[in-house]
Design a protein around this ligand. Structure first.
Ligand code: AMP
Ligand code: MG
Length: 336
């Protein structure tokens, strides 16, 4: 592991990472420079939203082929694995347990350390890795989380977050209520493009915190009366303005000069546009990783496991229990 003692005898560190907190089972192999391999299997609910036990069964059923592909790639290239990282939380309990069980087995099989990774921090670290952002305010918006974070005194502090459901969940819930399939975010974005009018919807920012539950319900009510495209667009405008407001205040408060957008909802071009305008007005730099690193992916877990491993952080088997409510600010960021 790490740098060799002789000049030129540098050996790269390689970490296998497993993600599976919710809808995506994903396994990746990374080193300091790049993603060597990544394989994923996506759970799509037959109807309704994500069912935790069904999703876990999906992950269990796809574990062998998904991990197998990545191990084949390692074997083909004669790559030795230095550690196994896994998403320890936050996430859906049954999904987390499935992934942790596989990760423990792999670590034992290869005789390498296990690294339990905080899923939210992995979104941030892969975002920084892939964009070059150094010390950003992070807007993390996904199916499970909506948080504004920044690194301060060795921890990713949560400056603001949702008090109820995440923005992605709100979009998905509304989409289901108007008869659109899961996940709703991309479908709403497409519909919103043909909007003509703005419909006022509940805008709820309390201090630095946000609420999306009422917005989702109000939008579903509005969809009974108004044009669906108008409601979709107004939903986006309202929710994203809330997120931009809190991000802007965090930027001022934390005295940072960068904004990093991560999480699946970050795929939305209107949200990017609004953040970009805010950053330009504030003289801040705006960073968005390429699409494959925005939503849940194995590379982000593998990469974060790698930086943790290099900083000497590993997870003994006895401490590898899953943590469905794992908070970002519980983690000491010793690798920075
Ligand atoms: P994640 O949990 O980070 O994998 O992100 C999944 C969430 O991102 C789901 O709630 C999706 O509806 C949402 N999402 C994906 N693409 C878009 C988009 N273009 N606009 C808004 N939300 C999106
Ligand atoms: Mg996520």
């Amino acid at each position: 592991m790490g740098e060799g003692s002789d000049k030129g005898s540098y050996r790269r560190t390689v970490v296998l990472g497993l993600e599976g907190t919710a809808w995506n089972l994903s396994c990746a192999l990374v080193d300091e420079e790049e993603v060597i391999a990544e394989e994923s299997a996506t759970y799509v609910p037959a109807k309704g939203g994500i069912h935790p036990r069904e999703a876990a069964q999906h992950h269990a059923g796809h574990m062998a082929p998904v991990v197998g592909e990545v191990l084949d790639a390692a074997r083909r290239d004669g790559i030795a694995i230095d550690a196994v990282a896994f998403s320890q939380g936050p996430g859906l309990g049954p999904c987390l347990r499935t992934v942790a069980t596989a990760a423990r087995a792999l670590a034992l099989r290869f005789g390498v350390p296990l690294v339990g990774v905080n899923h939210c921090i992995a979104h941030i670290e892969v975002g920084k890795w892939k964009t070059g952002a150094a010390d950003p305010v992070v807007l993390y918006v996904s199916g499970g989380n909506s948080q504004v974070l920044a690194l301060r005194r060795g921890r990713y502090r949560i400056f603001g977050e949702t008090l109820d459901i995440s923005v992605g969940n709100a979009l998905d819930k509304f989409a289901r209520q108007v008869g659109l399939p899961h996940p709703g975010g991309p479908k709403l974005e497409a519909l919103a493009k043909s909007a003509k009018e703005y419909i006022p919807l509940p805008y709820v920012v309390k201090g630095m915190d946000l609420s999306f539950s009422g917005l989702s319900t109000a939008a579903a009510q509005a969809a009974k009366k108004y044009d669906l495209a108008d409601v979709c667009s107004s939903f986006q405008e309202t929710a994203f303005a809330m997120l931009v407001e809190v991000t802007e205040r965090a930027l001022a408060h934390a005295e940072k000069k960068e904004v990093l957008l991560v999480g699946g909802v970050g795929a939305n071009s209107r949200l990017r546009e609004m953040l970009n305008i805010m950053c330009e007005e504030r003289g801040a730099q705006f960073f968005v990783p390429e699409m494959r690193f925005m939503g849940d992916n194995g590379s982000m877990i593998a990469y974060t496991g790698l930086v943790m491993l290099k900083a000497g952080v590993t997870t003994p088997l006895a401490e590898s229990r899953v943590r469905p409510g794992y908070r970002t600010d519980e983690v000491e960021v010793v690798w920075k």
